[in-house]
Write a protein that binds this ligand. Structure first.
Ligand code: FES
Length: 283
């Protein structure tokens, strides 16, 4: 089958032929959306990533039916779809909670308390990484850096930012989510949507809220403010950077700027001290 011809073509009368177990209405809607996704790309199979988000927006995870649906639409094997779905952590292979609560435990957030927040949340919710609370409200995750280090430690709820968290504020946030209360991210959209709604946005069907709220807060803009106050500007893009010109013409051995000009600073730098262990004096 050619990848440009979806396997799940509508047939006369409405429902489409498929090996999935979606009901006719769901399948018709999925087929229409998946077709729209495929039409965005010169090669339809490039639409697999958003298509996986699309099936998550219906099933709450990448289900068996979702995998078969993607395979049939794109004319590829279920194994090929599974290989992609299991590679990226944003694709869930078991039902996800209404809210993914992600605690950044990368370097800066960890140093600023991210690990303590994760441990407290894990105890409080009774779940570990990639596990979901019994009420289906929260899936807890350790997440990688979200480029919000200036607000460390950061917690994300369905990829909305909750900045400068503490174990106490994070558990209070989780409690509100489980009670169905509204929560307001620190930046960006004014509220948090569900995991399924978020998945539909990631599939490329915006909810119209992308420009809500503040994107760059005070810490993010601090450098820009200082640069403006001091009249600093970016280097001329046309002029080669110092590092580039040096890279093009490596210094000749022994010439100024070469490593041979470096003054001895450790025992290993001297002939006498080269067999010494760090910390031992060179004699
Ligand atoms: S380390 Fe947590 S946002 Fe960068």
């Amino acid at each position: 089958m050619r990848a440009t011809e979806p396997a799940t073509k509508p047939v006369e009368g409405g429902p489409v032929e498929t090996r999935t177990r979606y009901d006719a209405d769901t399948l018709a809607a999925l087929t229409a959306d998946a077709t729209a996704i495929m039409e965005r790309y010169p090669d339809p199979r490039s639409g697999l990533l958003p298509m996986l988000h699309l099936v998550q927006s219906v099933d709450g995870y990448v289900s068996r039916d979702g995998i078969l649906f993607c395979a049939e639409m794109l004319g590829i094997t279920a194994a090929e779809v599974s290989a992609v779905a299991t590679f990226y952590t944003q694709y869930k292979r078991h039902p996800n909670g209404t809210y993914t609560v992600g605690v950044c435990t990368n370097t800066l957030c960890a140093v600023m308390g991210g690990d303590a927040i994760f441990d407290e949340l894990s105890d409080h919710l009774g779940v570990g990484h990639d596990e979901t609370t019994d009420d289906g409200a929260i899936t807890l995750e350790r997440i990688e850096c979200n480029a919000a280090c200036d607000y460390a430690p950061v917690v994300m709820v369905n990829w909305e930012f909750f900045d400068n968290q503490t174990p106490e504020t994070a558990t209070a946030l989780a409690d509100k989510l489980r009670l169905g209360e509204d929560v307001a991210p620190t930046r960006g959209a004014a509220s948090v949507c569900s995991f399924k709604q978020m998945s539909r946005i990631l599939a490329g069907f915006p909810d119209g809220r992308a420009d809500e709220g503040v994107g760059a807060g005070e810490p993010t803009l601090a450098g820009l403010k200082i640069a403006r106050e001091r009249g600093w500007t970016a280097p001329d893009a046309e002029a080669p950077a110092t590092g580039e010109s040096q890279a093009e013409v490596p210094p000749v051995t022994g010439a100024p700027g070469s490593s041979a000009q470096r003054q001895p600073t450790t025992p290993a730098d001297t002939e006498v001290g080269k067999d010494k262990k760090p910390g031992e004096d060179a004699k």
